[in-house]
Design a protein around this ligand. Sequence first.
Ligand SMILES: [Ca+2]
Length: 106
Amino acid sequence: MHAAELPATDPEAGDLFGISVALGSDTAVVGAVWDDDNGGFSGTVWAFRRTDEIVGARRSADRRRASQGSRGSSVAFDGDTVVAGSPGATVTGMADAGVIDIVHAP
Ligand SMILES: [Ca+2]
């Protein structure tokens, strides 16, 4: 059964939207690991919420993670807390050391 197809609201070539997904009762969290709105390969996490017949999409507003972080390589959430893997993040000068970002659901 195919119930819906949900793209990002601003799809761009190479974003890799959908590379990671996590599902709750009325929420889906989706990673777009190579989205470059915050610098090359910065990555973005999206949340889709279902309310009756409406599916609202919102993207992470957190702009701390800059280029190369690849945020959204993995995602998980519980309630309004989202954990997103950013394996490409530089940590104290060490490239690709990686971090996890814990953020409120966008
Ligand atoms: Ca983009």
